[in-house]
Write a protein that binds this ligand. Structure first.
Ligand SMILES: [Zn+2]
Length: 335
């Protein structure tokens, strides 16, 4: 349940971003808690790179922790003031990357006078880190991929709403892009209930392919991770009636946190079938995820060599479900 609660935390981050001004920064007062200073400096630097001079000497700036709860939000900005308040317990629960994005979002309101914008690209990825406010239904679960090669565009867009769509917005890759002759099988396992593979010398590009049946117990969570224990990518399924969210997330695990980068509620309806095949391929500088041989999402190549590939289905009490059926796991090097 911890991950569910955490997801709720990060995706409710902006529900209460804007409050009516009742206490504002006194003109010219700069009072930023040391915890937030690096992010404010990064905001100034990113603005400067884009020809925007961010100067708080005239307006002042207050960025502080709230004394208590800020109405279920992680942070908010007093509209028309240069005053950001962040909930301390939520801040503690956020990874470095999400902290930066929370501060940039709030400074987007407070310093750039931006409101919320909830537009998405074709693949259901938010166009702006200023998404927030009124979100309908499952949309609240869709994370912002403020990570890796997508960050530059998202910061461009923060400072300039008219930034053209990035190349990754409509990028797609073919399942058959790598000829079979260029693949060398290095590991096969069949008819198992979990994958727990270690790799020590896999520095080449690779492909992991897994054929499986999503568990019938719809409360289970089924998760594949690849990378290292403390720093990896993941894909996690919450079948249709599980908890209060269904679908799957693709994300990155850093700073002991899972950060969703992509969410889809469709665990069935991929080529007309329930998800039964995952292909993870590192090629061309990306890690590409295919489900049922259909391209879904790509992420930056991981910096460190892959050490572990794990997949298991977990019951509500946290126990690994041995009834999970993995028909086949195969690891290949790509030449
Ligand atoms: Zn907001």
């Amino acid at each position: 349940m911890r991950n569910i609660l955490f997801l709720l935390t990060i995706f409710l981050v902006f529900q209460n971003c804007k409050k009516n001004p009742d206490i504002g920064a006194e003109s010219g007062v700069y009072q930023v808690d040391p915890a937030f200073e690096p992010y404010v400096q990064e905001f100034i630097a990113e603005g400067a790179k884009r020809g925007k001079t961010i100067d708080f000497t005239d307006s002042g700036l207050i960025v502080e922790f709230s004394d208590g709860s800020v109405g279920g939000a992680s942070g908010f900005c007093y509209v028309g003031e240069h005053h950001v308040v962040i909930d301390k317990s939520e801040w503690t629960a956020l990874s470095e990357n999400v902290r930066g994005f929370l501060l940039f979002h709030e400074l987007g309101h407070c310093e750039l006078d931006r409101g919320h914008t909830n537009l998405k690209f074709n693949n259901n990825v938010w166009k702006s880190i200023m998404r927030g406010g009124e979100l309908e239904g499952f949309e609240i679960w869709i994370p912002i991929p403020y990570f890796g090669f997508r960050k530059e565009y998202l910061i461009d867009e923060l400072f300039n709403e008219n930034t053209p769509a990035p190349t990754w917005a409509n990028q797609t890759f073919a399942y058959n892009e790598v000829p079979e002759a260029n693949k060398e099988s290095i590991k096969v396992e069949e008819n198992i209930s979990r994958i727990n593979q270690r790799f020590s010398d896999l520095t080449d590009d690779y492909e992991f392919e897994i054929d499986f049946s999503l568990i019938n117990d719809r409360a289970n969570r089924t998760k594949l991770i690849w990378g290292s224990t403390n720093n990896h990518y993941y894909i996690e399924f919450f079948p249709e009636t599980g908890f209060n969210v269904s679908g799957y997330f693709i994300g990155v695990h850093q700073d002991s946190r899972d950060n969703g980068l992509f969410y889809s509620k469709n665990t069935i309806n991929i080529n007309g079938e329930e998800v039964n095949k995952i292909t993870v391929r590192r090629e061309g500088g990306f890690e590409k995820v295919f489900l049922n041989e259909q391209f879904i999402f790509h992420i930056d190549e991981q910096a460190a060599p892959i050490q572990t590939v794990r997949m298991e289905s977990t019951k509500t009490d946290g126990a690994i479900d041995t009834a999970f059926e993995i028909q086949r796991f195969e690891a290949k090097k790509l030449n």
